[in-house]
Design a protein around this ligand. Structure first.
Ligand SMILES: Cc1ncc(COP(=O)(O)O)c(C=O)c1O
Length: 434
């Protein structure tokens, strides 16, 4: 090439998928079956698409409009439906023009951060869901600003840290959070969210809530939507069809924009997001046309309730297996379909191992790791090689806290119980190894 023209990356890796390469390589050492506990895809974990959903999609396919470009902001029918649904709750009111569709929420996330000036920063919770953190860091090419979720306090955020940082770092223009949270499974109580709204209002910031898991919340937990509590603060809710429907391969996500027209800088930001989308023409029409029919289908609500009850059951099984360990901090998942387990301080070191079938596997892992590698990554790689269980190290969610995330998506309860039991005994063996 005439010159080195590739853009510099953020220097960060998306470990949720990166670890798949390690797992696939380890498989080549012999017939090792992998339990994939890393990716939040219900279909890959055995969720069967119900017949009513397939029939609905076939109907949509019969309509020629599904093959056309849609308006840049998205299908009129879908946006009218979503605006009316939002407005019926009585919170921040929107028009269909305040909704923009994307090819999945991941696409919306990337374009949203890319529409900010490099010196405008969004503060994120840590652990942070990788798609947000990487998009935020990539747009700014500088380390992220985060506020800690505290595992020793049920993952409650440290609001004094949040307030201190937004008051002292003038580059921060917005606060983002995921509710229910990925990776922790934490659900923000209303009182905490109201304090965050106040911090945003007092400091002239916008709010961005990723609410992709809002309808996946366990019994006894409740949380408002951003629209319910935002008042007159400018904000964005991020939503998607990937999880609750579940249709991650449909690549259909959208932004709902609250309080447009009240702040010039915020309006210019939204307009920059829209201009980017316009340059691309529009997002995929088919899932947008299907959206109102799927969400209003008479079978949908019970189907989702049954799935949520299953995730809750798995969360209780996992909690009972791990809780009580002297080495771990374990919190019950309250929503979404993940559980994050934390290693207590000083439990892990650089000499711990697990037995593997082939010394070449140990060599491969050690070559992949370095003295600087995070200690939970070392644990995750040995767990993979020894037990064939693929988890995501917690430090890959951009926190110094060591731990790992598993999913609660397995359809077979016995299999899930067996995998979690083996995982717990592997933890004990690993820690005792040195
Ligand atoms: C919190 C969160 N936001 C966004 C996404 C991306 O969703 P989509 O499949 O719509 O791109 C995910 C996917 O796992 C997620 O967990």
């Amino acid at each position: 090439m005439r010159f080195d023209f590739a853009k510099a990356g953020s220097g960060l890796t998306y470990e949720i998928r990166n670890i798949v390469e390690v797992a696939n390589h380890l498989k080549t050492f012999g017939n090792m079956e992998i339990s994939w506990e890393n990716i939040g895809d219900p279909i890959m974990k055995g969720e069967k698409i119900p017949q009513w959903m397939k029939e609905t999609l076939k109907e949509v396919l019969d309509d020629d409009i599904s093959y056309a470009y849609s308006p840049t902001k998205g299908s009129n029918k879908a946006r009218e439906y979503l605006a009316a649904k939002n407005n019926a709750r009585g919170g921040a009111q929107i028009s269909p023009e305040d909704i923009i569709f994307f090819n999945g929420l991941g696409d919306a996330v990337a374009r949203t951060y890319a529409s900010m000036q490099v010196d405008g920063r969004v503060i994120l919770p840590a652990p942070a869901y990788s798609t947000h953190l990487m998009a935020e860091v990539l747009h700014a090419s500088f380390p992220a600003n985060t506020f800690q979720l505290n595992p020793a306090n049920g993952w409650e955020p440290d609001l004094s840290e949040l307030e201190y940082k937004v008051q002292h770092y003038n580059s921060i223009v917005g606060i983002m959070l995921v509710n229910p949270d990925n990776p922790t499974g934490y659900v923000y109580p209303e009182s905490t969210l109201r304090k965050i709204v106040k911090i945003a209002k007092d400091n002239d910031l916008f709010l961005m809530f990723d609410e992709i898991y809002h309808n996946i919340m366990f019994d006894g937990c409740d949380t408002p939507l951003l629209a319910d509590i935002i008042g007159d603060v400018p904000g964005i809710s991020m939503k998607s069809l990937s999880k609750e429907i579940p249709w991650p391969g449909g690549r259909c996500g959208w932004l709902e924009i609250y309080n447009s027209g009240k702040d010039v800088a915020f309006d210019r930001f939204i307009s920059a997001i829209y201009q980017q989308k316009m340059a691309e023409v529009c997002s995929a029409t088919f899932p947008q046309e299907a959206l109102p029919l799927l969400l209003e289908h008479k079978e949908f609500s019970q189907y989702l309730k049954d799935r949520v009850a299953h995730y809750q059951k798995l969360s209780e099984i996992a909690y009972n297996i791990f809780a009580g360990s002297p080495h771990l901090i374990v919190n019950k998942t309250q929503g979404a379909f993940y559980m994050t387990i934390v290693f207590k301080d000083y439990v892990l070191n650089n000499n711990q191992t697990l037995p593997t079938k082939d010394p070449a596997m140990n060599e491969y892992i050690e070559a992949k790791l370095s003295e600087q590698s995070e200690l939970d990554k070392r644990f995750a790689y040995y767990l993979l090689a020894s037990e064939g269980i693929c988890v995501v190290p917690l430090t890959s969610f951009f926190t110094r806290t060591n731990g790992f995330r598993v999913t609660l998506l397995e359809k077979d309860v016995d299999k899930f119980t067996d995998v979690m039991t083996r995982l717990k005994s592997a933890i004990d063996k690993y820690i005792e190894s040195n």
